[in-house]
Every structure is written in C-alpha cells, then in structure tokens.
Ligand binder design. Structure first.
Ligand code: G3I
Length: 354
C-alpha cells in the first residue's frame, strides 16, 4: 500500500472537517458493504421511501435505492389520490412500477397507506362536503378502496399502513371525514377489510410523534389493545420517526416499543428523517447521526422490530424543505449522494447488530 495514502487521506478529511463539510468525498460513495447486507445479518429490513419520478429519471437514485435497501415504501403513489384520481378511474402504473422494481431487486414492499385524512381525491372530499356522498355510501367506498388496492398487491406487500395518523397530539381521535361520517368503528372495519383481501400482509397503525411514551402513543396503545381483544387483525405499530434536532430526542422509546410487543404486536420505524434548521454544519450533522443511531438501536433492541425505513435517503428529494421553511438536510445523504455522518451511524448500528 502506498505509504503516503493514509496521511494524505487524514489531511484531506481534516481539511474538510475544518471547512465544516459534513459529507465524505465522492470516492467514498460506494465504499464498504451496502446497508442491506449489514441489515440482513442483523435480522432487520432497511427501507426507504421511494420517489417514483426520481426512480424513473435519475440513474444514481435508481442504483443507490437498489444497492442500499431491501425494503421500499411508495412515498406517494399508493395513496388514494394517486391510485383513484377520478371515481372509478384507477392509475396503478406508478405503484405497479415500484412493486416490479422491488421484485427485480429482492426487496419487500411496505404499503402506504389505505386510510388517511390527507391526499384524498377531490371527488371524494367534495362529494362528502356537498352531501352528494352520504355516510352509508362513504363506508361502501372505503371498503371498496381498501379491498381493491390490497387485492391488487396481494402477496406482494409485507406490511400495510392500514390507518395513518388517526390521533391528535392529546390522544383524541382526529376529526377527519372518516370519524365525522362513520364514527370510530371505521378503524376496525379498515383492518378487517384489509385482512380479508390479503390475510398474509401484516397490518399496521402508523403515526408521527409516537416514538416515545406520550399521550398520542398511549392512545395507540389503548386502541391496539382494545382492537386485539375484539379479535380485530391489527398486527403492527408503525412509528414514523420524523425528528428535528432542535426539539431534542424523544424519551422512553425502548419502553414504548416494549409495551406494544407485550401486546403481541410487531413494531417498525417507518419514515425516519431528522431535520435541522439550515444551514447544516458539522455539529448539527453529528447530532443528527446520533438521533438516527438511537432510533435504529431502539429497533434492534426490540425483538418485534424487524423493519427500519428512512423517508428518503438523499436531500435531493426530501419532502422537508417544501413543508418546513428554512429546515432540511434531514436524510443520511446530501443532494449529491455524499454520505453524511448519519449514513455512517446507520451503517455502524447495523454492523453492531442486535
Ligand atoms: O403529484 C402532484 C403533481 O401532479 C403536482 O403538479 C404537484 C404540485 O404541487 O403536486 C404533486 O403532488 C405532491 C406530492 O407530494 C407528490 O410529489 C403534493 O403536492 C405534495 O403535497 C405531496 O407531499 C407529500 C406529503 O406526504 C403529502 O402530505 C410528500 O411528498 C410525502 O413525503 C409526505 O409523506 C408523509 C407520509 O405519507 C405520512 N407521514 C408524513 C409524511 C411527511 O409529510
């Protein structure tokens, strides 16, 4: 080995750190084993949300998605607005493309999401608002939506986010059109219909701000306990994991996972990202890496947590800056696919295993 190599590299990384750089040089982009290889050894799936436009247009994105991850989630294209933009007119193409990509690359698919208050098609929301769709009809529409979509991908989806974000922060049920029109029983109905359509898919509740023990996660715990006592097929609790370094790391994450496991449920981290107030610097990047690692360690420390998904892995396509003005840099790679300390933290965590 060239004896000058190490010192030169050390000098270079020192200079990068001094300049506040938070990523590794381009040559490091594919160095080391892919995350999915390490995840496999650790007995966990490492996943990412996938932007289907980027997958079609960006070769580096396509390659990196295939190389690093063994689980994929549709960031948008399995949502109701996408699959049925007009009543009775379905557009399955982008969702089908993702399922095919996953199959071609030995990846499992997390289905996201069947019942949500957001990204509903306009024909549905206006129909409810103007009274042309009444409660009875709405229940039938929901049943048909769940049955049609789950059946289409029967046997292809490992975990379905059946109901998404149904509680407010204080633990009260979200005042969505579902609650208003159908009452709380829509939740049990949704799980029963999904189970009938694909009995092998694991069916999940899913939400944000439920990493630790708090009013919202406790509402989920009570809901899940009640549903399971009635024999409703709810098998998993999905913790999205959208964190922000300026708000600190949530408390009692391990305890939270443990109580769902005690109900006999699986858990999963489903949408992890850690945003910050821009500009990023080395200190913020280190805190971000620590947060990724702590969530991953919580998953690896829980027997029933077999899936850890990031909500995008490159800042190039992250949803964060478009929603939180002045914030971003939330994913493990920068806009040029440079690996940040967060990438290293995930890799080290997976390598350390359970
Ligand atoms: O597809 C349309 C396009 O036709 C149109 O021209 C364009 C103009 O605004 O909008 C496009 O739709 C956007 C869609 O993403 C696809 O890019 C929507 O405006 C935009 O609101 C939508 O944002 C998504 C958001 O969910 C919607 O609430 C984000 O990409 C997606 O990352 C985000 O994901 C959610 C999870 O599903 C649930 N948990 C929280 C998470 C982050 O908000």
């Amino acid at each position: 080995m060239n004896r000058f190599r190490m010192p030169v590299l050390a000098l270079l990384s020192g200079a990068l750190l001094a300049a506040g750089a938070v990523t590794q040089p381009a040559s490091a982009h594919t160095a080391g084993p892919p995350l999915r290889v390490l995840a496999d050894r650790a007995g966990v799936r490492i996943g990412t949300a996938v932007d289907m436009t980027a997958l079609a247009e960006d070769r580096t994105y396509r390659r990196t998605t295939a190389r690093e991850f063994d689980s994929v989630t549709a960031e948008n294209v399995m949502k109701w607005e996408s699959v049925e933009p007009q009543r009775g007119v379905y557009d399955w193409k982008p969702a089908d493309d993702l399922v095919h990509f996953a199959r071609a690359h030995g990846q499992v698919v997390r289905g996201h999401t069947l019942v949500w208050h957001s990204q509903l098609p306009a024909w549905l929301t206006t129909g409810v608002a103007d009274g042309s769709i009444d409660a009875k009809e709405l229940r039938g529409i929901l049943r048909e939506h769940i049955t049609t979509e789950v059946k289409r991908y029967k046997g292809r989806i490992q975990q379905w986010d059946v109901v998404n974000e149904v509680f407010e922060e204080d633990g009260s049920l979200r005042n969505s059109i579902w609650l208003q029109q159908l009452g709380p029983s829509y939740i049990a109905d949704a799980f029963r219909w999904a189970h009938a359509a694909d009995p092998k898919a694991k069916l999940f509740l899913n939400d944000y701000n439920v990493e630790g023990v708090n009013a919202k996660s406790t509402a989920y715990y009570n809901l899940a306990k009640g549903l399971r006592a009635q024999g409703v097929p709810v098998q998993g609790f999905g913790i999205q994991g959208h964190l922000a370094i300026q708000y600190g790391f949530p408390g009692q994450v391990a305890e939270n996972l443990a109580r769902f496991e005690a109900l006999g449920m699986q858990t999963a981290f489903t949408e992890v990202d850690v945003r910050m107030i821009l500009p990023a610097d080395a200190e913020k990047a280190a805190t971000q890496a620590d947060y990724f690692r702590r969530l991953l360690d919580a998953c690896l420390g829980a027997r029933g947590c077999r899936s850890f998904t990031v909500w995008g892995y490159t800042d190039r396509y992250s949803w964060v800056p478009g929603v939180f003005a002045g914030q971003g840099a939330a994913t493990p790679m920068d806009e040029e696919y440079g690996r940040k300390p967060a990438y290293g933290a995930v890799r080290e965590g997976l390598a350390a295993g359970r």
